[in-house]
Design a protein around this ligand. Structure first.
Ligand code: SF4
Length: 375
């Protein structure tokens, strides 16, 4: 174990790490400037438990009912050697596959170690990419790996990679409904980003093995229930745009060692649970630990980070709490108090604030006109 691993273990405390998944990587790349999330995710800290302990339980999360529904829908789609899935793949990809070989890579002869599972996934997918005769067709839960902030993270994907005549298709099974051909736009967008994370990881794996990464299609197959029934429907989604954004953001992310370097050596998010698992860590101490790592809150956080209520409260009064477009427009005007002072002329702008002050004063004039107030 190297010094970075030891440091991350100390940050997390003596509990098993919360693993990364496509959703956490998608969220990280959506807000790459947030060191707080990058550090806590790298350390595998249970952000949900930390947020609850400091009095800001997360605003969202899958209910046990939704998790059960997702699992039973996935089991249904994969039943009988993925018979239903194959029916849909023949339709959506216009494929004719008389026979398929299905491989479940969720465990290897009873061994569920991530290293072992990843090694086997590499061998199996490499053989398929090489076009070996018994290379396989359907791969259930292959464990992929992706470097994030300079550290390799395993992805515990809920996917099947499908290979036919040299092309891999990532397949994402979701339990939200498609009603009359339409699904919730936000959920489809989130599924597209998560699928794109798998495409990036699978392409990287093929490249490492000396195969053409373009063998992984940039069109993913989304499988959902149709019209509130258990009947499944598959749709092809083009994730080229998501791939461009993800690759750019992953390349821009700060390395974890640089983020750890300025932190207090004693810093930890250990909740010090008692015998019943209830956290005993003083709330004030935990808040101090959170505030020790700089964050970059934006309203987008509300839909993707367990700490969002805490960070929103902390960011109260700042202009970046109003969203990325506002903070970009206002540049170095970083507080609402300052923005109001510049808008009303109470404060004199510094040279770098002159442009933003002009925008604010124009907005103030417009507002006063609308309300019939003196200019
Ligand atoms: S909620 Fe807080 S920790 Fe999470 S991404 Fe936003 S600013 Fe970072």
């Amino acid at each position: 174990m190297n010094s970075i691993d030891l440091r991350l273990d100390q940050l997390r405390g003596p509990v098993p790490p919360t693993p990364h998944n496509a959703r956490t990587i998608a969220a990280l790349t959506t807000n790459p400037a947030c060191a707080r999330r990058a550090v806590m995710d790298s350390a595998g800290v249970d952000k949900r438990a930390v947020a609850a302990r400091v009095g800001f339980p997360p605003p969202y999360g899958q209910s046990p009912f939704a998790i059960t529904r997702t699992q039973s829908f996935e089991a249904q789609v994969k039943a009988n050697g993925c018979a239903e899935l194959l029916r849909m793949l023949r339709e959506v990809l216009s494929l004719s596959i008389p026979e398929v070989a299905y491989q479940d890579l969720e465990e290897v002869a009873g061994n569920v170690s991530q290293e072992v599972r990843h090694t086997v996934a590499r061998q199996v997918l490499g053989a398929a990419a090489a076009g070996l005769e018994d290379g396989g067709t359907l791969f259930d839960h292959p464990l992929l790996r992706l470097p994030v902030g300079g550290r390799q993270v395993f992805l515990e994907p809920d996917l099947i990679a499908f290979q036919y005549k040299g092309t891999f298709h990532v397949i994402e099974i979701k339990s939200f409904a498609v009603i009359d051909g339409q699904a919730d736009g936000g959920k489809v967008a989130a599924a597209a980003v998560q699928s794109a994370v798998y495409v990036v990881a699978l392409r990287r794996l093929l490249a490492e093995l000396g195969h053409d990464p373009a063998a992984v299609s940039d069109r993913v197959v989304l499988v959902c229930p149709e019209n509130f029934s258990n009947h499944a429907v598959a749709t092809l989604i083009d994730v080229r745009r998501q791939l461009t954004v993800l690759n750019r953001q992953l390349a821009r992310m700060t390395r974890i060692d640089s983020l750890l370097e300025p932190l207090d050596p004693g810093l930890t998010f250990d909740l010090a649970p008692d015998r019943d698992g209830k956290p005993t860590r003083p709330v004030g101490e935990l808040c101090d630990a959170l505030e020790h790592i700089p964050a970059r809150y934006s309203p987008d956080c509300l839909s993707m980070c367990e700490l969002s209520y805490f960070c929103r409260n902390e960011a109260r009064g700042t202009t970046y709490a109003l969203g990325r477009s506002v903070s970009e427009e206002l540049g170095s005007v970083d507080s609402i108090h300052m923005a109001l002072g510049l808008a009303s002329g109470r404060l004199t702008p510094s040279p770098e604030q002159v442009e933003a002050a002009g925008v604010l004063q124009a907005a103030m004039r417009l507002r006063n006109e609308c309300f019939g107030l003196p200019a």
